[in-house]
Design a protein around this ligand. Structure first.
Ligand SMILES: [Zn+2]
Ligand SMILES: [Zn+2]
Length: 334
């Protein structure tokens, strides 16, 4: 290498790491300075040290990918409106929530819902790419985001900020102090679902799209967090798209819309036995707790869909004589 090149590079890069210095030096190298083979070798070293550039799964631009999200460029990653601190602990909404206290909302059959993101204009586009145009690459991206929300829900449960309606420890008088709650949860181990299931679509919708978008997400999350997936529900009739309906019409539409599959009670019983067997072998889990069913859907709008499904799931559990609680995980919260 010519001394002139080094003389120019060293003063500029004196205080920066060696790899950056090497970039600057190699960028200065011209074919005329060296034999062709040396130039090729140096270019290969430069290529190896350069940040990898791939096509982004979403915007298709060739760019440096985000280290936090596989397949996504940094610009697309920056658009994700993560829900890191839900304001409503029941439905997981990031902003003020009048929905959960509305008297006409009726009883809530699930303990809590958590969503990965707010349903911004960009997220609406992403979901449409997945749901209506069948972009499969986006499915793995959404699954990765759901896993993020699942892990966050686990962390949140450690801080004891979630509603714990059916957990016997939280029902004890005096266990109000956060530290007490945290140590009690710690004694039981990290919160985890026992079984994953998804909101079913009608046969007509499945034929139209070729897949059930919630089931694909739930099966993906099942592998990602090692919690078994079980098909437990079916849709009793086809309904028009909910997104065009008023709140009252949605609520009316939901009546008896979901029912348990005939196989659901047996499937839940098997799962419950496996969980109790595992927990009785674990010295930390002394308390017999309800079976935790985690219901997956793509979007939470009014909560009427997941609530109707949660009721059908509790009916299935009750018919198998199993104490169970239903929590929901949705990709976006509108
Ligand atoms: Zn992108
Ligand atoms: Zn709410």
């Amino acid at each position: 290498m010519k001394p002139a090149v080094l003389r120019r590079a060293v003063p500029v890069t004196f205080y920066v790491p060696w790899s950056v210095q090497l970039f600057i030096i190699l960028k200065e190298v011209k074919p005329s300075m060296h034999s062709h083979s040396l130039h090729t070798l140096l270019q290969q070293v430069y290529k190896l040290l350069s940040p990898a550039r791939f096509s982004c799964s979403l915007c298709q631009h060739t760019s440096t990918l985000s280290s936090r999200m596989p397949g996504l460029c940094r610009a697309c990653y920056a658009k994700i409106p993560w829900i890191t601190q839900p304001r409503c602990l029941a439905c997981g909404r990031a902003i003020g929530c009048p929905d959960c206290s509305r008297p006409e909302a009726g009883p809530r059959h699930f303990v809590w819902n958590r969503s990965a993101v707010r349903y911004s204009a960009e997220m609406k586009e992403w979901l449409a790419l997945y749901k209506y145009r069948g972009h499969e690459k986006i499915a793995s991206l959404l699954i990765h985001m759901l896993k993020h929300a699942y892990v966050q829900a686990q962390r949140e449960s450690l801080l004891a900020s979630m509603p714990r309606s059916a957990d016997p420890i939280w029902a004890q008088p005096g266990a109000k102090d956060v530290r007490q709650r945290r140590s009690a949860e710690g004694a039981q181990g990290l919160w985890e679902a026992d079984v994953l299931t998804s909101v079913p679509v009608s046969d007509e919708r499945r034929r139209e799209r070729g897949f059930n978008q919630a089931e694909v997400l739930a099966r993906g999350l099942s592998s990602a967090v090692s919690v078994p997936y079980c098909e437990l529900l079916h849709r009793t009739r086809h309904t028009d798209k909910q997104s065009f309906k008023s709140r009252m019409d949605r609520v009316r539409d939901m009546e008896n819309l979901f029912a348990m599959l005939p196989s659901a009670p047996d499937a839940l019983l098997l799962r419950s036995e496996a969980v109790h067997e595992r927990n009785s072998a674990d010295s930390r889990s002394k308390t017999l707790r309800p079976l935790r069913i985690l219901l997956l859907d793509d979007i939470y709008t009014t909560g009427s869909t997941v609530n109707a499904c949660a009721l059908a799931l509790k009916t299935a559990a009750a018919s198998a004589d199993i104490p169970a609680e239903v929590c929901c995980l949705t990709w976006a919260r509108s």
